[in-house]
Design a protein around this ligand. Structure first.
Ligand code: URA
Ligand code: CA
Length: 433
């Protein structure tokens, strides 16, 4: 097989065979095929697209390029939830204990945040003592006995994706549906998921800026999952404004606690139920999505979800008393209000820019090496569609320094007030096949 022939075949819009795709992926991972040929191939894919079969082949070839996590020692259907990334996205913190309370095994491998999106590991580490450095045996024991555990990223998973993604980044081939979909799905499958629930975000804070693009990506990923034997569903959700009210590590833990008590922000609760019911259904713990949702509401009402969160924190060394005493979470020194300068309705809260404002405070990492401050962040006092009076606080800044002028300026620039505005639709679509 020659790489130049494979490039030409894709350039001419023909379907590549399983063997040809594997030749590209393994050859590139092992350094036998140079960057310039894979760049040309990626650009051909960008313009000529891939068939469903090619997409499934590319995904599995990337899975097979490195190690995979074997979760077969865990009983039940392991359902993984994946979000394409957003600002103030507190869903994982809520969903892990929530679905575990219904005996859905949650065996989560989780990373740290970079840029304007926060990582679940960082958020959980704002609970004193909590850690994700678990031995694999301990991780599996915890999931079998308690249905939920989070382990830090380890192992050489999908090296082909790492290399290909870095190349795409510098060759203007990131924004290709087959390449994005196979990249995301390969990582989930390598991490051991039997079934996958996807939260595909759309809007300013998201990778996909339009709902149309988000839908196309969701369909692509659901199709790959189902074609490689992993039941997959997706929710398309709004990320034009941040999710919930809290943006920041400890602040989001507190928001998760409130949501598990049924007292959280309405949008966060709605999205958690939309994703959670798919997880419960795919795990075989309910006969229908409607029944799954009823069960989720029941464990919120009867306190079982909150109880599960306490055990989950304690099992991994965390101080579970924060659940009843959230004031024991790290607290920022200064609270600074950002007032509205006119009467009206909030018409826009640009998610990615507000995420960047939180990062400037120290809530997120500008580079992989940055230290983060778990206490700081933003609390939104208004969401899009809310009425506001001049002088009323739009946002409360939680800071550990007094000089936050640049943060205030960024927030003001990115919250618009108009004479009229409606709340955006949160769940745009549900993709099940
Ligand atoms: N996120 C990924 O993991 N892969 C892509 O290709 C794009 C976004
Ligand atoms: Ca939030």
């Amino acid at each position: 097989m020659r790489m130049v022939d494979i490039i030409a075949k894709k350039r001419d819009g023909k379907e590549l065979t399983t063997e040809e795709i594997d030749f590209v992926v393994q050859g590139y991972t092992q350094g036998e095929i140079p960057d310039y040929q894979v760049s040309a191939w990626a650009m051909a894919v960008f313009f000529k697209d891939m068939t469903d079969k090619e997409r499934a082949d590319l995904t599995m070839s990337m899975v097979n390029s490195g190690e995979t996590i074997d979760l077969s020692a865990i009983e039940g259907v392991k359902v993984d939830k994946h979000s394409t990334g957003g600002v103030g996205d507190t869903t994982t913190l809520v969903l892990a204990p929530l679905v575990a309370a219904l005996d859905v095994p949650v065996a989560k491998m989780s990373g740290r945040g970079l840029g304007h999106t926060g990582g679940t590991t960082d958020k959980l580490e704002s609970v004193a003592g909590f850690h994700v450095e678990l031995e694999k045996e301990e991780f599996i024991r915890l999931v079998n006995e308690h249905k939920v555990a989070v382990i830090g990223q380890s192992g050489n998973l999908t090296p082909a994706d790492k290399k290909l993604y870095a190349l795409r980044d510098v060759t203007a081939t990131v924004n290709s549906i087959p390449l994005i979909a196979s990249s995301i799905m390969s990582k989930k499958i390598a991490a051991g998921a039997d079934a996958i629930v996807l939260d595909v975000k759309t809007g300013a804070g998201a990778f996909m800026k339009t709902t149309e693009d988000a839908k196309e990506l969701a369909h692509a990923m659901v199709s790959i999952g189902n074609n490689v034997g992993r039941k997959t569903m997706a929710v398309i959700s709004d990320m034009s404004q941040p999710l919930g009210l809290a943006i920041g590590n400890a602040l989001e833990v507190k928001e998760a606690i409130l949501t598990l008590q049924g007292k959280g922000p309405k949008d966060l609760e709605e999205l958690c139920l939309a994703l959670g019911r798919q997880m419960v259904f795919l795990a075989g713990k309910a006969d229908s999505l409607e029944q799954a949702e009823e069960k989720l509401k029941e464990v919120i009402r009867n306190g079982k979800a909150l109880e599960k969160f306490k055990h989950f924190l304690a099992n991994q060394g965390g101080d579970a008393s924060v659940v009843d005493h959230p004031e024991r979470l790290p607290q920022a020194q200064y609270l600074i209000e950002v007032p509205a300068d006119r009467d009206g309705y909030v018409a826009g809260i640009v998610a990615d820019e507000i995420g960047t404002a939180a990062m400037l405070l120290g809530a997120g990492r500008a580079t992989k090496e940055s230290e983060i401050d778990l206490a700081v962040g933003l609390m939104l006092n208004k969401k899009v569609g809310d009425s506001v009076k001049a002088g009323e606080s739009l946002v409360t800044i939680h800071a550990n320094r007094e000089d936050v002028d640049a943060v205030i300026a960024k927030i003001k620039e990115n919250i618009t007030i108009a004479d009229h505005a409606d709340a955006p639709v949160l769940v745009h679509d549900i993709v099940t096949e």
